[in-house]
Design a protein around this ligand. Structure first.
Ligand SMILES: [Zn+2]
Length: 242
């Protein structure tokens, strides 16, 4: 095992080299989940050649490390203290926690801030207040979005029955009886992404599967649904991190 490094931009990227006896013709580079860079090379290759091969792929390695750093940033556990950012409709809001034992607890959105007035600074207390606030906002925003699709849904022109349900891995679902379930944390996403999830579930009222017909309905309703889905997928881990 050899420890080496290369410089890329203004960053030193360290990596370990393993020389492997089994027949393999080229250098294989792996970026591990903890950010370690491991390079496997054929047993009799020259170290200078290995380093040259790593240098050639420096841009790729750097982009992998950068993506990992971003992921870590996103999934840091929330502390529910002043200065932390929380999303609402895709926009960052700075959390401000005010301790006041004399007035009722409340959350107010004000000039890009989420002002929480609370009787206790305990993270669990602040978190509960925020979660209640997100649910109230979700109820209102999702109702608006459903109403905006009313012309696409059934003859009744009224929105189908729906309710909020916090889910770990899903944004929405549609029961066989035709009730829509929407994840309240979806309200942290941009409205365009919320519309995608709602349109997707509304299409399940017509097609209870992901058949080509389902996607025909979805494309008719929301021609750019794929771009909206990609945006949502890209931020999912962050949005679901409580
Ligand atoms: Zn589906």
């Amino acid at each position: 095992m050899e420890t080496q490094s290369i410089i890329y931009g203004d960053e030193r990227i360290g990596f370990t080299v393993r020389f492997l006896p089994r027949p393999q013709r080229c250098v294989a580079i792996h970026v591990m989940p903890d950010g370690a860079v491991c390079v496997d090379a054929p047993e009799h290759s020259e170290l200078t050649q290995v380093i040259a091969a790593v240098r050639q792929r420096a841009r790729w390695i750097w982009s992998q490390l950068e993506a990992q750093r971003k992921r870590h940033l996103h999934v840091l556990p929330r502390e529910y203290v002043s200065g932390e950012t929380h999303l609402y409709l895709g926009r960052r809001h700075i959390l401000k926690v005010h301790l006041d034992e004399q007035v009722p607890s409340r959350v107010r959105m004000w000039r890009g801030r989420l002002d929480v007035t609370t009787r206790s600074r305990e993270p669990v207390a602040v978190r509960r207040l925020l979660e209640d606030w997100y649910r109230i906002r979700a109820q209102e925003v999702f109702a608006q979005v459903l109403a905006s699709f009313a012309k696409h849904t059934a003859e009744s022109k009224s929105a189908p029955p729906w309710r909020l349900l916090a889910m770990r891995t899903q944004w929405g679902s549609c029961s066989p009886k035709g009730e829509l379930l929407l994840n309240p944390y979806l309200v942290k996403a941009p409205r365009a992404c919320i519309e995608y999830v709602v349109a997707h579930e509304l299409c399940h009222l017509i097609e209870h599967n992901h058949s080509p017909r389902f996607y025909q309905h979805l494309s008719a309703m929301l021609p750019d649904w794929q771009a909206r889905k990609d945006e949502l997928d890209g931020m999912a881990e962050w949005l679901l991190n409580r």
